[in-house]
Ligand binder design. Structure first.
Ligand code: 13P
Length: 134
């Protein structure tokens, strides 16, 4: 499965903690991330992560394009609901595309835990039945 990991600045420590806790599950999958988030995951967990642009520079839109191309299976996006983001329209667009294409999306640690446990149990295997365009 292809999983995108994203966190706003004040949520990055939480994401690192989460990725560390679920490293064994995540290591079995293809990981990608927005730029700064991805670099921290690489540096602090040693996992292999493909890095897109930083979020404010278009990273959310690049991940959205992957969703539209049916090339992304799950999004874990620890949003900061208390801080205005300069690229708020990009954030909204990414979340919208998850709903358009029925892509499992976790925006906080509680939901992310359920998603990864479900992933491990095979609850998201239906994604493998979807036609891949590439
Ligand atoms: O802003 C982000 C998501 O909207 C995250 O981007 P960075 O991982 O580059 O900080």
């Amino acid at each position: 499965m292809k999983i995108a990991l994203i966190a706003h600045d004040r949520k990055k420590d939480d994401l690192i903690q989460f990725v560390t806790a679920y490293r064994a599950i995540l290591a079995e999958h293809e990981l990608c991330a927005t730029g700064t988030t991805g670099q921290r995951i690489i540096d602090e967990t040693g996992l292999a992560v493909f890095r897109f642009q930083s979020g404010p520079l278009g990273g959310d839109q690049q991940i959205g394009a992957m969703i539209a191309n049916n090339e992304m299976d799950m999004i874990i996006f620890f949003r900061d609901p208390l801080t205005a983001q300069p690229h708020e329209p990009d954030v909204t667009a990414l979340i919208r595309l998850c709903d358009v294409y029925q892509i499992p999306l976790a925006t906080n640690m509680g939901t992310a835990e359920v998603l990864l446990k479900g992933l491990q149990e095979g609850f998201i295997d239906w994604r493998l039945l979807q036609d891949r365009r590439s």
